[in-house]
Write a protein that binds this ligand. Structure first.
Ligand SMILES: Nc1ncnc2c1ncn2[C@@H]1O[C@H](COP(=O)(O)OP(=O)(O)OP(=O)(O)O)[C@@H](O)[C@H]1O
Length: 261
């Protein structure tokens, strides 16, 4: 079944002891969008994101992914059906090349089964060739061709982030969850990263769900932007609209300058 909504969060609630972190919250991510999630500290963004990504099970409510109820599914199960989360930590294999790092992603390749390498070498070879071709396409797309044979551990911080983005392109992602992309990234590198996210979205049709503190980045990339406060969704719309809403700015961001900066 295909649906216009890749992610549809329905009335989810999560308590930590007596604390209501997410309160009967509903929101959705439209296919083909870059949807941002913002809000003040403690608003419940991470908890909500973790419930979507399978890291936290909601106390009540449902997470619908591409039309199917995935509430309570584990992150590795969600990965297999096309929900990829990235950027929380860089997890490249430092002793493998950039290209090999990409080739590792698809998983469950015939060459990983000993019997296949003995009895079906042709299958192993053709699958490996296809994966290698895909990895080469990805490094080209991200303009990492010049470092493809470099050990990932030797790449710059920015190149590692691009490689991380590239990992999501090795499998058929229905949605990519981007977690604090901007954290620890300098401005020029962030620009590079943002351009690639935009190109993945516009040229290749990727859908992104982004949690981010950097308002400039959210403003550049995301439409719509969803605002959470005190465990609830309080607004949704283009960033220009959110920035122009004095109640949201005053009530949830402290001073207007913080958002308009
Ligand atoms: N594992 C936990 N145990 C207890 N309380 C938690 C836990 N995780 C989050 N909380 C609390 O739930 C509330 C929502 O936290 P959450 O991290 O989801 O907010 P956030 O919007 O992501 O904030 P920030 O922008 O600061 O990361 C906060 O009051 C937080 O202290």
């Amino acid at each position: 079944m295909t649906t216009d909504l890749v992610i549809d969060v329905r009335n989810v609630t999560k308590r930590f002891g007596g604390l209501l972190a997410v309160n009967d919250c509903s929101l959705s991510v439209r296919r083909g969008s870059i949807t941002g999630l913002i809000g003040p500290n403690g608003a419940g963004k991470s908890t909500l994101f973790n419930m979507v990504a399978g890291n936290i099970v909601p106390d009540s409510g449902q997470v619908i992914f591409d039309g199917a109820d995935v509430t309570g599914m584990k992150p590795y199960q969600l990965f297999r059906i096309g929900m990829l989360r990235t950027f929380q930590i860089a997890h490249e294999f430092s002793q493998m090349t950039a290209l090999e790092n990409l080739m590792m992603v698809p998983g469950d390749q015939p060459g990983e089964h000993l019997l296949d390498t003995w009895f079906r070498p042709g299958l192993v070879k053709s699958r490996e060739t296809a994966v290698r071709k895909k990895a080469l396409d990805v490094v080209d797309f991200l303009k990492l061709g010049h470092v493809r044979n470099e050990l990932a551990g030797n790449l710059s911080g920015g190149q590692k982030k691009l490689l991380e983005l590239g990992r999501t392109m090795m499998v058929d992602a229905k949605v990519v969850l981007l977690d604090e992309v901007a954290a620890g990234v300098n401005k020029s590198l962030l620009n590079d990263l943002a351009s690639n996210i935009e190109r993945m979205n516009r040229e290749l049709g990727y859908t992104f769900f982004v949690i981010e503190h950097d308002m400039d980045l959210i403003g550049r990339l995301c439409d719509p932007v969803i605002v959470m406060a005190q465990g609830e969704k309080i607004a949704e719309g283009p960033m220009a609209e959110i920035r122009a809403n004095p109640q949201i700015v005053e009530a949830y961001f402290g001073s207007p300058a913080e958002v308009v900066s």
